[in-house]
Design a protein around this ligand. Structure first.
Ligand code: SAM
Length: 229
């Protein structure tokens, strides 16, 4: 398998057997998903935005914990949206939004909970800031956002060690040499992770409060923040 020339085509081709691949390729994937779905909001029937929903693993986990009013799936990959909505729609009202994060627009105060699992690392830092600014606007007062991601800048002095650990984990889980080559080509072409301090600063500057690290194993983390009430 070789990487595709656009991000949407790349994720379309990964959609088939996505969960099997991502569990082998991404360390602590099940923990990341579980914590990304850690919803703590006042609304008993929350409106949810799943950013970079993929095949819907985070939203499926949310459904085990509460009864949302609706789930909006935001993703550039048609195939991922199709898979996710097929899984979710028997249980909850689902809205598919096929768009790049950079172009996504929703009305103010629309959502109680926004989850971004393995999604925001696809954005360069200025686009992350711009997205998190819009997400703040889309949240209702007291609304919550979670960010599950690889949290390290590629220029960080620990980055080389991270790559070594990551490869050892992936190979231990049965990732083949060909697959690992694909993972690293994808990482080079499409992934733009940033450090924790950068995420923290952006969230604070934008007025998010109650910043917390819900999960941390090496540089794989889940952050949570709230819009003030
Ligand atoms: C690694 S998957 C994560 C899927 C799911 N959230 C999970 O944790 O399993 C990233 C998803 O985000 C989407 N995506 C990545 N960058 C995007 C962008 N800039 N705009 C829209 N969708 C994007 C991809 O199509 C893909 O479905």
């Amino acid at each position: 398998m070789s990487i595709k020339p656009t991000l949407a085509e790349e994720f379309d081709q990964l959609a088939e057997e996505y969960t099997d691949k991502i569990r082998r390729w991404v360390p602590h994937y099940d923990h990341l998903v579980r914590h990304a779905a850690s919803i703590h909001v006042e609304a008993s029937s929350p409106k949810i935005l799943d950013v970079g929903a993929g095949n819907g693993n985070v939203s499926m986990t949310i459904l085990e914990r509460c009864s949302p009013h609706s789930i909006t799936l935001l993703d550039a990959s048609e195939d991922m949206l199709r898979l996710a909505s097929a899984r979710l729609s028997p249980s909850v009202e689902v809205f598919n939004v096929k768009s790049f994060f950079q172009e996504a627009r929703f009305e103010s105060c629309q959502f109680d909970f926004i989850c971004c699992s393995l999604a925001l690392h696809h954005l360069v830092v200025d686009d992350k800031r711009s997205f998190l600014m819009r997400a703040h606007d889309w949240l209702r007062p007291s609304g919550q956002i979670t960010i599950a991601d690889l949290i390290i800048d590629k220029q960080d002095s620990d980055h080389y060690r991270l790559l070594e650990e990551w490869e050892a984990y992936a190979k231990m889980k049965g990732t083949t040499e060909d697959e690992w080559k694909h993972v690293m080509e994808h990482y080079e072409a499409y992934d733009r992770p940033d450090n924790l301090s950068t995420h923290w600063q952006i969230l604070q500057d934008l007025g998010y409060v109650k910043l917390r690290v819900l999960f941390k194993q090496s540089k794989w983390m889940v952050l949570s923040a709230k819009k003030p009430s």
